[in-house]
Write a protein that binds this ligand. Structure first.
Ligand SMILES: Nc1ncnc2c1ncn2[C@@H]1O[C@H](COP(=O)(O)OP(=O)(O)O)[C@@H](O)[C@H]1O
Ligand SMILES: [Mg+2]
Length: 229
């Protein structure tokens, strides 16, 4: 998917962190000299392209020992969680509320990041040690020109969601304009992680999410809509 897509992993981590979410594994920029890297890791992907300075740039992420794929896109899972989030009359079992909240926030997060790849399989996981839902594989996010069909699909899903996390909504409201730009920050000193245009588009999508939630609150009331902590 291109040798610059690692930036989306870093941008997604920085955004999640700024929103107070611990669902996206940490991703930090790193570069390695290609000769050294191939000597140390002979099986390293031969297709990885070094830059003209002989360095390979990427994102470094922690290995999660208790990583378990959570196949929420499968029909049996969907049949469980979709009513929790899209049917206001549904009852969420008490012990499933954290999962429901994590999926609700995931849907909003993915529209803001314009991630087209979430539901294609094996891109949602669980940390068996903490039981946190992990929003993994974010390299389909933050394209300079996101594929339009992806945005349409993510927005359609978001518009069906009737329950959100109040702390997430509050954090999203606070992260406007300049704060969002600072959140994405730089890859190396003087080198912004994302194009200006990508930051502006993400901010516009952030506002679209808030508008959708605000209009739900207007119709159904804050208690019903801001149903999760
Ligand atoms: N942080 C991690 N710790 C442990 N295993 C991981 C981690 N991230 C990904 N994996 C494993 O690698 C697979 C592919 O990762 P993913 O980020 O989805 O990349 P791809 O772009 O190849 O789909 C996952 O399904 C999982 O099995
Ligand atoms: Mg994947």
């Amino acid at each position: 998917m291109g040798d610059r897509r690692y930036r989306a992993e870093i941008a997604a981590y920085r955004l999640a962190h700024a929103l107070g979410l611990d669902n996206v594994p940490r991703a930090v920029p790193r570069s390695f000299d290609v000769t050294t890297l191939r000597r140390l890791l002979p099986d390293f992907d031969k297709d990885a392209l070094p830059d003209t300075d002989g360095r390979i740039r990427g994102a470094l992420m922690p290995w999660i020992d208790a990583y378990r794929v959570l196949p929420l896109e499968e029909a049996s899972w969907r049949a469980r969680w979709e009513p929790w989030l899209t049917d206001p009359s549904s009852t969420i079992p008490e012990d499933q509320r954290p999962l429901a909240a994590a999926i609700s926030t995931l849907i909003a997060f993915d529209y803001i990041t314009a991630n087209w790849d979430r539901w294609s399989g094996a891109n949602i996981a669980e940390d068996g040690a903490t039981h946190a839902v992990l929003y993994v594989d974010n390299d389909g996010a933050f394209y300079d020109n996101p594929p339009p069909h992806a945005l349409t699909r993510q927005l359609a899903l978001l518009r069906r969601v009737v329950r959100f996390s109040s702390s997430f909504v509050e954090a999203l409201r606070a992260l406007d304009g300049a704060k969002l730009r600072d959140t994405f920050g730089e890859e190396t000193p003087g080198q912004p992680l994302l194009l200006d245009r990508a930051v502006k588009d993400a901010d516009a999508r952030r506002r679209t999410v808030l508008d959708a939630i605000d209009s739900r609150v207007k119709d159904a009331g804050a208690t019903a809509v801001l149903a999760f902590p």
